[in-house]
Ligand binder design. Structure first.
Ligand code: DX5
Ligand code: ZN
Length: 215
């Protein structure tokens, strides 16, 4: 059984309130909020006012995924815009330890994300300080991309490290998640499945969320 974090990136932006209310009525554990700056990733998604608007209607914690350069500049603002979890990219943080401490001081749960080419071993000295490790299973920037198969191996390695050292962080996977790969991801140790297009393009998103949860 996994927790599901539907990605609002795949929602109908002209009907955000309706889609947030649909997620409220579902068994989703979180609402995943993708922030893209057109610099760290090639795409621009949306920013603070939209995050705040989602928060106003959300009855689930906001899992905010910052795909931005120099995320330290915006941590407090996204915390004030409703983020319960703030996830930064390892690749965007030269002083990751300081960034993680800052997120904790703001009262949010700290997460760190890894791009597909970044090995999990680079996190060995910070794993005891984070609440969440997000493994990207596509190159960040766009919804609807194809799942990268090497992800299974990374999840298994990270899960081994967690067991070996008794860490308590959750493992989240993001990109191209569907009912075909979800069971194997959960078997390898994933706790939270992010799913965007698979949920929002399905005929019955509430049922799809529940089916993913039962993976
Ligand atoms: C990709 C984002 C993902 C995206 C997932 O850069 O971080 O959260 O919304 O979308 P799907 O599930 O469609 O791959
Ligand atoms: Zn994401």
């Amino acid at each position: 059984m996994a927790e599901i974090a539907p990605s609002i990136l795949a929602a109908d932006f002209a009907n955000l309130q309706r889609d947030v209310e649909m997620l409220n009525a579902s068994t989703a554990g979180y609402i995943h909020v993708d922030i893209m700056d057109g610099m760290f990733v090639p795409n621009i998604s949306f920013g603070l006012p939209v995050c705040e608007a989602i928060y106003r209607h959300a009855q689930k914690p906001l899992d905010v995924h910052l795909m931005i350069e120099q995320p330290d500049r915006y941590l407090e603002a996204f915390r004030n815009a409703g983020a319960a979890t703030l996830t930064v990219h390892y690749e965007a943080c030269p002083h990751l330890h300081r960034t993680i401490q800052h997120i904790k001081e703001l009262g949010a749960l700290p997460g760190v994300a890894l791009n597909p080419h970044t090995p999990v071993e680079v996190l060995s000295e910070i794993l005891g300080d984070v609440s969440l490790v997000l493994i990207m299973s596509v190159n960040p920037g766009f919804g609807g991309q194809k799942f990268i198969e090497n992800t299974y191996k990374k999840i298994a390695k990270l899960n081994d490290l967690r067991e070996k050292f008794g860490y308590t962080f959750k493992i989240e996977v993001d990109g191209g998640v569907n009912l075909g790969n979800a069971p194997l991801l959960v078997r390898e140790g994933v706790d939270i499945l992010v799913a965007g297009s698979f949920v929002f393009s399905s005929a019955d998103p509430i049922k799809t969320i529940e089916d993913l949860r039962n993976s």
